[in-house]
Design a protein. Structure first.
Length: 774
DNA sequence: GCCAACGTTGGC
DNA sequence: GCCAACGTTGGC
């Protein structure tokens, strides 16, 4: 980079290829040489150079006169130093930068490293000898010296000032025009102004070119400039610069010019600096017209674009949005910011980019990012050679995947979780790796659950978790994403529905978050009952949950019993969503077999997995829709009141009241252990009620009805009915031997008029005891 | 759209 | 040269 920078800086100056080439150190030396020796330059300079040099030369002259190299050097170095900072194009590698800086002895104003100077000198000498040996050009170069320095941005600024000086010089030089090359170089001096940007290099000639160069050049500018400078400093170079500069300037110039009155301000600065920094900016404007070293007064900026170039450059940067170049420069700023997080710096955009790229997947703050060690258990770890893997996946340990930035997380939480566990992909080629547990549960898969792919462990790592979490993700109506998590406790299994607004992974993954989220937990037992429910939504009362006020009445419905068995656990903060609709919508929640399915998941914690009790019957399968509809036209005042009352009452164990569309107040036995597990009491408008068992209506002729009022208008009536039900059981029907093959399971059948419910001590109703065939 | 596989790159 | 792991690609 340093080289590039140097080159870049040099470029503007490049008009004098060789001369410009010299780095600061070179410049210094050159200056000395010039001062001390070449009268020729002096001659030249006298006319053109003087103008040129005035700003710069003044110093130089001083140095020359004083001939105190140290002083000169110091001055130059001063100039140089600033220049050093300028960054253009791509910043040199940090190393280079360092070197550049290290080279400079700020105290003395000298470069520790002389290597370049030597080269520079040689170059300069060459140029002198070959081109205009004595020409003042060498002096201007000192200005160039800044080029060397460009390393730091600050230097850039300084350079700017210096550049301002240069500009003047340039014009003069051009006037001197002993050699075109010089003029260019002089022009380059103007670049000094430009120093920040390449534009400085631009000269009048440049201005001419402006038009075309802009876009293309922009891209090329920095780079080419570098190359150019590096390569040679021949007449060819000037064009490059011009070319380059134009690109930069063109935009600004034209644009800036118009607007520039403002910009002129900036330009003034240059002029000022040029003048020695003494000139006031605005005053400088007029002065600046002189700056036109290009030949035009600085004010000309407005008028004369030529002048403007110099001046323009700065303004352009500001104004010209279009130019990429500007952006580049600015990038550094951004870089800095970014770098804070990432890499120190000293690098170019590219470096930054690389760094960014590299860090794209890490927030560096989350637990995962902070984790240093691989778990050695996840699939990615297993894939690693160090863990005996084949290195096909080549991914970071699951536990180290950033929770926020990682693709894995981002993709789908599912991915995350499952990942750790090999995908259940069915036919996935069994990779050796999978120590994990083979996917079993397929059988269950037959269930609707199957589709829900996403099952995953919450955090595989957490061995702590006693609970196993199985999650499912689902999207509802495109709105919110619900994540269903099955938690298995030693005793209970729960289904947790989490509303995932959009935070894909986060919620899922962070248990904490989950905790905070509004969630509804329901024991699977609860579901067992639901079989009787119609598929439609239900307004479900969960104990502990404040029922949606509007719907339910502001009374928190409780099942009364603080959940004896814990069937329902409503940990529902009724947050936003819930509140909005008044109810949580739980849709398509099916419980039962799923547990088994998910058992797979527990990746690492497998051992923990207590065999999920296989339930003879798929426990759950229901669709609960807490709410949904807000208003419910369906709502019936009386039912609602009853519903509310029920919520405040202690119902027989595990009975829960639910409001469903219809409106229908449903009473469910949530305990699968209850003989009434499959029984549902539905109370409709007018409090007429009906009992259904396993989705079949209890015939009105059933004795149960006779024992209770036709309408269940009060809580007492309801409770009475429920208690009565608790004394009953479901008729087991009779075995149908008709069916054929011996190996087929014998199916129980009910008589057409089966009572469905029979006293607990009886297995069958009379009708099933003596079934009437046909 | 997801995922396995792998080329590639930065860091050491 | 090795390792880690990011980003991309093709298959499904």
């Amino acid at each position: 980079m340093t080289d590039e920078l140097n080159r870049a800086s040099a470029e503007p100056e490049t008009t004098k290829p060789e001369e410009t080439v010299p780095a600061e150190a070179d410049v210094v030396t050159v200056v000395l040489d010039n001062v001390g020796g070449n009268s020729a330059p002096g001659k030249v300079t006298v006319e053109s150079p003087p103008d040129w040099l005035k700003p710069m030369e003044e110093d130089e002259d001083d140095g020359g006169e004083g001939v105190k190299s140290s002083e000169r050097i110091a001055r130059k170095t001063m100039d140089d130093v600033p220049k050093v900072k300028r960054r253009r194009g791509r910043p040199p590698i940090a190393r280079n930068v360092r070197h550049g800086l290290t080279r400079v002895d700020f105290k003395r104003g000298l470069h520790a490293d002389r290597p370049k100077p030597k080269t520079v000198r040689s170059i300069l000498e060459r140029t002198r000898s070959s081109v205009m040996p004595g020409t003042a050009t060498p002096v201007p170069e000192p200005t160039r010296t800044p080029e060397v320095l460009p390393r730091t941005t600050q230097s850039i600024f300084r350079n700017l000032t210096s550049t301002s000086q240069r500009p003047r010089l340039i014009p003069i030089s051009s006037g001197g025009g002993s050699s075109l090359s010089r003029t260019h170089s002089n022009e380059f001096h103007s670049p000094p102004r430009v120093t920040r940007v390449s534009p400085l290099s631009i000269d009048t000639s440049v201005t001419r070119n402006f038009v075309h160069s802009p876009v293309v050049k922009v891209g090329n500018v920095s780079e080419q400039a570098v190359s150019a400078t590096g390569s040679g400093k021949n007449g060819s170079e000037p064009p490059l610069r011009l070319w380059l500069c134009p690109s930069l300037e063109p935009i600004s110039p034209t644009k800036t010019q118009d607007t520039f009155s403002d910009q002129t301000v900036s330009s003034p600065n240059y002029s000022e600096t040029a003048l020695n920094g003494t000139v006031t900016p605005k005053e400088s404007l007029p002065l600046l017209s002189e700056c036109g070293s290009c030949g035009c007064p600085f004010p000309a900026q407005k008028i004369g674009d030529t002048m403007c170039y110099r001046c323009r450059p700065k303004p352009e940067k500001k104004h010209s949005p279009p130019n990429i170049v500007f952006r580049k420069k600015q990038h550094p700023k951004y870089k800095k910011i970014l770098k804070e997080d990432f890499v120190p710096d000293g690098d170019d955009d590219e470096d930054d980019w690389a760094a960014k790229k590299r860090n794209r997947r890490m927030c560096r703050q989350c637990v995962a990012c902070l984790r240093e060690d691989d778990c050695g258990k996840c699939d990615f770890c297993m894939d690693k050679p160090k863990f005996g893997g084949s290195n096909k996946k080549r991914q970071k340990c699951r536990l180290r995947q950033c929770k926020f930035q990682s693709k894995l997380h981002g993709q789908r939480t599912n991915g995350m979780r499952s990942p750790s566990l090999p995908r259940r992909r069915r036919n996935v080629k069994p990779k050796l790796k999978r120590r994990g547990r083979p996917p079993r549960k397929r059988k269950f898969r037959s269930n609707p659950w199957e589709d829900d792919d996403e099952v995953s462990d919450k955090d595989a790592d957490d061995d702590e978790d006693d609970l196993r979490h199985y999650k499912m993700n689902g999207r509802k109506g495109g709105k919110r994403k619900w994540n269903y998590t099955f938690k298995e406790d030693e005793e209970d299994m729960f289904v947790e529905a989490v509303i995932d607004d959009d935070e894909p992974s986060n919620t899922e993954e962070d248990p904490d978050i989950l905790g905070s989220e509004r969630s509804v937990m329901v024991s699977n037992e609860m579901y067992s009952n639901t079989s009787g429910l119609s598929a439609q939504g239900l307004y479900y009362n969960m104990s502990g949950m404040p029922a949606a006020p509007h719907v339910l009445g502001s009374v928190p419905l409780c099942n009364s019993n603080p959940v004896p068995t814990g069937e329902l656990v409503g940990s529902l903060p009724m947050g936003d969503d819930a509140t909005q609709n008044g109810f949580l919508q739980i849709e398509m929640v099916r419980v039962g077999s799923p547990l088994s399915h998910y058992t797979e998941e527990p990746q690492n914690t497998e051992q923990h997995m207590p065999e999920p009790q296989q339930e003879p019957t798929p426990v759950i399968t229901q669709i609960f829709s807490l709410a949904g509809g807000e208003n419910d036209c369906d709502r019936d005042q009386g039912l609602m009141e009853l519903f509310t009352s029920l919520g405040q009452t202690v119902l027989p164990a595990h009975w829960v009241g639910v409001m469903a569309k219809g409106p229908v107040l449903q009473l469910l036995q949530c305990s699968k252990l209850s003989t009434m597990a499959d029984t549902v009491v539905q109370i409709e408008k007018g409090f007429f009620y009906q009992v259904s068992v396993q989705n079949q209506p209890l015939l009105l002729m059933h004795a149960l009805y006779s024992r209770h009022p036709t309408c269940l208008e009060t809580v007492g009536d309801v409770v009475s009915l429920l208690l009565d039900l608790e004394g009953l059981g479901v008729c087991q029907g009779y075995q149908n031997f008709d069916a054929g093959s011996p190996w087929e399971p014998r199916m129980s059948v009910r008589a057409a008029l089966c009572d469905l419910l029979v006293p607990k001590d009886e297995e069958q109703c009379p009708k099933c005891t003596q079934p009437v065939e046909g």
